[in-house]
Design a protein around this ligand. Sequence first.
Ligand code: TCH
Length: 319
Amino acid sequence: MCTGITFTDEKGQVYFGRNLDLDDNNYGEHPLIVPRGYHMQYRHMPAKEISKAIIGMGMNVGNYPLLFEAGNEDGMCIANLNFPKHAYFSEEVQTDKEYNVTPYEFMIWVLDSFSSVKELKEALKDTYLVGTPFAPSMPIAPVHWLISDGKDTIVVEQTKELGLVAYDDGVDVLTNSPDFWWHLQNLNNYLGLSSQDVTNTTWNRQKLQFQGIGTGQLGLRGDSSTQSRFVKAAFLNANYPTQEGENANVAKLFNILWNVAMPYGSVVNENGAVEYTIYSSCYSQATKTYYYRRAKEAMIHSCSLTEENSVGTEIVDLK
Ligand SMILES: C[C@H](CCC(=O)NCCS(=O)(=O)O)[C@H]1CC[C@H]2[C@@H]3[C@H](O)C[C@@H]4C[C@H](O)CC[C@]4(C)[C@H]3C[C@H](O)[C@]12C
């Protein structure tokens, strides 16, 4: 499972991050940069030179970027999260659509081609996500996407029933299945939650007494299921006041993510493998810095886009 969240600071600069929840795998993901000037090959569209430097977590497969989540130098950000049982990508190219993009190209395409989420939403009306796998050994993953530019946040999903849909995400969070619309409706079951404590009351002749703080949250679930993480992340993100400055905002993002993280050993999947929060990350537009912390370390690492590393034809590995 995974959780993505975003917010802006007092100056409107975007902060965007995610937990990657997975079993131990051999993806070898690490921070990387796709520089301005990188020649991006698309499967069903013309190749294009990348015009905006991109930084994030991903894999470098023979100078080809497979991204997990990333941001560009203008502050547009995107993450892909698992969307099992619902995502649908037919292998048929849709000739009536202007843009036929594969799911593994989608993040680069979004970050390179659009200056705003508003602009992207228009283009998505004429877009199909084609299920061509990257390689036979790497089948298409069932994913959906959280995308934000600080002004607007959307979730993009493609299902058999509805096709490609871009939902406005007014709570700035995303987890996994079911579909985003379900999660939004589910939030209505929690509208009694509050950061304010409740007051004492009486039931028949029995006085019910306030025992300590946090009572406004009674009923907020803390388990690792996709449904519960969505509600908790949305509640925390909505109640955490706007912070000033890079440090406080990066701390805010990690504080929320760690509250919906899966500690090692607490979740075992259907294959008997431990699924846990492998890493948590935060991209800050203000300083073009990508922060991340892996589960088995206490330290937060950071790497930034600079004048030097933002231009080139080769992917920059920041291991
Ligand atoms: C599984 C990962 C998301 C974690 C997650 O949401 N887990 C939830 C599990 S569940 O809902 O509870 O089932 C996603 C995030 C990034 C994905 C990878 C990236 O998209 C890069 C490539 C893209 C290729 O098309 C498929 C392999 C792949 C290497 C992807 C494999 C997998 O889908 C990853 C690793």
